[in-house]
Structures are given as C-alpha cells and as structure tokens.
Design a protein around this ligand. Structure first.
Ligand SMILES: C[S@@+](CC[C@H](N)C(=O)[O-])C[C@H]1O[C@@H](n2cnc3c(N)ncnc32)[C@H](O)[C@@H]1O
Length: 296
C-alpha cells in the first residue's frame, strides 16, 4: 500500500500503548477470565450496582453505547469498581489503544490528503473523540462532519470541541447513514472514519452503511474502520453481565464485507493486545456495487 502505511508502521513505535505483563496475562487466562465468565452474572450485577459502577450503568442503559466508550477512553473513573474494570480490563485497555492507533492513522491520512482543507466524514461518530484527537495531531487543516443516528452524544462532543479549540471545525448531524449521506454533506469527504461501529452491526448492515458512504467518496479516498477479535477472553462476561453482544470478525472477514461495498487495497494494523485491528481501505474506482443493479 502507499506511503501512509509505511509512516504508520514507524510512528506506531512511538505510541504509548497499554500492554499486559506476562504475570498479568497468565492470571487473566487461568483465574480472572474463568471467574468472570462462569460465576453467576447476578452476583456481578449486584456487586456493580452496590459499587455504583458508571460503566455498568451506561452499558445496561445502552449496551456498548457512546457513554461507556467515553468512560473507557478517559480511563479515569470515580468509583472503585470502575477503577478495576476500566483500569485493568482487557477491553477498556484495548479501546484506549484503538483510540491512539485510529487517531494516529487518521492524522497521517489527513496530512497526506491532496485536499485543503481536508474533510473527514465520521459515521456512527458518537461525540467524535477520535477524529478530534486526529485533528489535533495533524499538521494540516481539517474539518469534520460527525454523523450519528442518535443525538445524545452531540452535546458532550460540542463541549469537547470547544475545550480543544476545535469549535467551528466539527459539525454534528443526526442521520441514519443507511438512508444515504449525500444530502447532508457540503463537500465530498476526503476521508471516512467508521471506527467503533462494525462490532455492533450484522454483516448486511455493515455492507449497507459502507455502500452508502462509498457512494459519496472519490476514487482512492481512504476509509478507516476496525475489527474485533475474541482475544479479550471475556465475551461470555460481557454478554451475561452487561447485555453486550459484540460481533467478532477477523480483519479478512471485515475486508470481505467492505469489498462488497466498493473498497479495496486494505492494510490492517493490530493494537498490541490483539483485540482490535485498525484497518485502512480505499474506495475502488468505478460505480458503487449495487445488487439491485446487478453490478456487484
Ligand atoms: C459504540 S458508538 C461508537 C462511537 C464512536 N465511533 C467511538 O468509537 O467512540 C457507535 C455509534 O454508532 C451509531 N450508529 C449505529 N448505527 C448507525 C447508523 N446506521 N447511522 C448512524 N449512526 C449509527 C450509534 O448511535 C452509536 O453512537
């Protein structure tokens, strides 16, 4: 692939990722994960309620929603239960790694874009933490259109943008991307970000959303998304205790779906816990594949 991914490989070495030591890995595999997965879920729910866990409460209200993501990204919860879950849990650690890896990837893509200023479209954006990180790291001028079907995260996102000095550079729009995004855009996107969404969607939903964004992207423009592996070892815990049903896919499986939507030329980068890969694909030349028109 192009120059950008060579840069990323070098710059990744400079990212301060979170990792497990050998003892921590052995303890998790032999003691912590089996207990988390097989003790009665009612016991954990009672403990988390007693400990006023904000991570648990946000997942019970909206499993895997933007609020639980913000708690994990920030990594500085108030309650003791959350300090353990968020500080040492494999998924929250991997989420913070993904935040850093995706932001670095997007910053490099912004700096390499031929457009000026660079326009990023964020799908299922939540409050937009990752694109704001990227815009702060990039040397080039960028602005972002942040689209989410749910307006709840927008107030938090606007506040963050003001605090980060990005006021006026981010625009939040409510939209179900499956209905198309062309009408809400003032300009073609130079980069599309679809991080933190595929693991909550079924295969046909991913293809439908990716096809909708491919329809507004110029040829060769990059899309950034992520896969999720079950390497975290706690899927049973998350399903039973948090009601969180995530879809695990290899980078190859996700790339196959993206290919159906009109993307190719993929490059996947793992974060060091092996839970997430951040993947860059490119809009293939030619019309968007459309089964209705028989041009898939
Ligand atoms: C788990 S949150 C992730 C937020 C953010 N991308 C991040 O990584 O922090 C997923 C978001 O995708 C949004 N979403 C799901 N399906 C969507 C659709 N069809 N169109 C627009 N947004 C969607 C949800 O409302 C939710 O806010």
């Amino acid at each position: 692939m192009g120059r950008c991914m060579d840069c990323l490989a070098t710059e990744m070495n400079e990212i301060a990722f979170e990792r497990h030591g050998l003892v921590q890995r052995l303890l998790k595999a032999s003691v912590v994960n089996p207990l988390a997965n097989y003790l009665p879920p009612a016991l954990f729910r009672a403990l988390l309620r007693f400990g006023k866990s904000e991570l648990a409460a946000s997942n019970w209200a909206d499993p895997g929603g933007w609020r639980s993501m913000v708690i994990s990204y920030d990594g500085k919860p108030r309650q003791i239960a959350d300090k353990i879950l968020v500080g040492a849990g494999t998924i929250p650690m991997a989420l913070r790694n993904r935040r850093k890896l995706a932001a670095k990837t997007l910053a490099i893509l912004i700096d390499e874009s031929p457009s000026d200023p660079v326009h990023a479209l964020c799908v299922g954006a939540g409050p937009g933490r990752i694109i704001m990180d990227a815009m702060l790291q990039a040397k080039r001028e960028a602005y972002a259109t942040l689209v989410d079907v749910n307006t709840d995260p927008f107030e938090h996102g606007r506040l963050q943008a003001r605090q980060e000095g990005l006021d006026g550079k981010v625009r939040f729009i409510q939209c179900d991307v499956r209905d198309g995004v062309g009408a809400i855009l003032d300009h073609q996107p130079d980069i599309v970000k679809m991080v933190g969404i595929c693991e909550y969607l079924l295969d046909p939903e991913i293809v439908e959303i990716a096809r909708a964004v491919a329809a507004v992207m110029p040829a060769a423009a990059p899309i950034v998304f992520n896969s999720l592996s079950d390497a975290h070892g706690t899927d049973r815990f998350f399903r039973r205790v948090f009601g969180l049903h995530m879809n695990h896919r290899t980078p190859a499986q996700l790339q196959e779906l993206m290919q159906q939507a009109g993307f190719d030329n993929f490059d996947a980068h793992p974060e060091p816990l092996g839970v997430y890969h951040v993947i860059v694909g490119r809009r293939a030349a030619g019309p968007t594949p459309d089964p209705a028109k028989g041009n898939t």
